[in-house]
Design a protein around this ligand. Structure first.
Ligand code: NAD
Ligand code: WQD
Length: 338
């Protein structure tokens, strides 16, 4: 069986990707330091897949630990690198924490595995507020709004430059739009730390009574209902795109480095998301209109033609399924706290 290393594999997107890699017939090795995830996810993955996936608790910032892991794991055929810090606000408060983790981890991995098929978690944040919509992979990369965003931009450059001069190192960077939802089993999902900064986890926690009313950040944007537009994508669709990226790398057709948008290609406003949640779950939400959130952009959604044509991947799950699964997961963790 082809073995894939999933860094950050007990995290939100990583855990869903472990399931899809397993479903596609890959053997998975998970590396995580559990800085933003829970060891219990391994039990949950066992329940979903019927398999105990190999797990190594390791901090990727530790180059000695990464080197000795690589020495003992020379049979790894590909790496999907999720492990990073991702909280935009915290990155503004503690830039070095973000630069240190997100760069050291990446550089240590590339040093330990200089010739490998490598998939990197990037973000639509690299586009900032685009001049034209939808954004294609050729759209301008705008000056980053936060140290977190900057780590994604610079990481893409590090990867591109390194792959260009390293035969046997082939890389796909995936620019995610807004991942939401949970696995259909409701056994894995997003586990936000403290008060959720992202919209959908805040909605589900508000609906279950853990938080007060939702604050809709701005209703005076130039959009049909005045609230901001994003391209929300189901995390299971996103996970499947990683399998498609590994397949693509295995064909040998990636000319050192390529980049793909992962979204639905459709934008939804904040108020549309609130409405979709109510429609698909039958729950009522309380919300207030609040001032715009600093650093937010007005609207973004992706052109996903390239992913469709080259990766042979497209989304299958709609907004209702995103909301329904997010709600099932919220109810599950209420009854089965981590
Ligand atoms: P997450 O925090 O749930 O998962 C990241 C995992 O990496 C966690 O389990 C954490 O413990 C682990 N980790 C962090 N630093 C580590 C280190 N030094 N060594 C070992 N493990 C470490 O986040 P996620 O939402 O699953 O995001 C995964 C990736 O996707 C990240 O790179 C993130 O920047 C990127 N991304 C996320 C989103 C989003 O909205 N969730 C959007 C675009 C891009
Ligand atoms: C979505 C919309 C908010 C919360 C962030 C990162 C980005 C990427 C994904 C990693 C916005 C509005 C939110 C709330 C609200 N992550 N909102 N009330 O800001 O698009 O992207 O996560 O790469 O880098 O910046 O996602 O879920 O925070 O917000 O009205 O309580 O919901 O203003 O319009 P965002 P989000």
């Amino acid at each position: 069986m082809t073995k894939i290393l999933v860094t950050g594999g007990t995290g939100y997107i990583g855990s869903h990707t472990v399931v899809e890699l397993h479903n596609a017939g890959y053997e998975v090795v998970i590396v995580d330091n559990l800085s933003n995830s829970n060891i219990k996810i391994l039990d949950q993955l066992h329940q979903i897949t019927g398999k105990w996936h190999e797990f190594v608790e390791l901090d990727l910032q530790d180059s000695n630990a990464v080197d000795s892991f690589a020495k003992n794991n020379q049979d790894i055929a590909g790496i999907i690198h999720f492990a990073a810090y991702k909280a935009v606000g915290e990155s503004v408060e503690q830039p070095l924490k973000y630069y240190r983790n997100n760069f050291y981890s990446l550089i240590n991995l590339l040093t330990a595995y200089p010739k490998i098929n490598f998939v990197f978690s990037s973000s639509c944040t690299v586009y900032g507020q685009p001049d034209t919509l939808p954004v294609t992979e050729d759209s301008e990369v705008k000056k980053a709004e936060s140290p977190y965003g900057n780590t994604k931009q610079i990481a893409e450059e590090i990867l591109k430059e390194t792959a260009a001069v390293t035969s046997g190192l082939n890389i796909i960077a995936l620019r995610y739009f807004n991942p939401v939802g949970a696995h259909a089993s409701a056994l894995i999902g997003e586990l936000p730390n403290g008060v959720p900064q992202n919209l959908v986890p805040f909605i589900t926690q508000s609906a279950i009574g853990k938080r007060g009313p939702i604050q809709v950040f701005g209703n005076d944007y130039n959009t049909p209902d005045g609230s901001a537009i994003r391209d929300y994508i189901h995390v299971v669709d996103l996970a499947k795109a990683h399998v498609a990226a590994i397949h693509r790398l295995e064909t040998g057709k990636v000319d050192s480095y390529d980049v793909f948008n992962l979204g639905t290609g459709k934008g939804s406003t904040v108020l549309e998301i609130i409405n979709a949640f109510e429609q698909s779950t039958g729950e009522r939400l309380d919300y207030n209109i609040a001032p715009r959130r600093e650093g937010d952009i007005e609207k973004i959604y992706g052109d996903v033609t390239k992913s469709k044509e080259i990766l042979g991947w497209q989304t299958e799950l709609d907004l209702n399924e995103m909301m329904r699964s997010a709600w099932e997961w919220e109810k599950y963790i209420k009854d089965n706290p981590f």
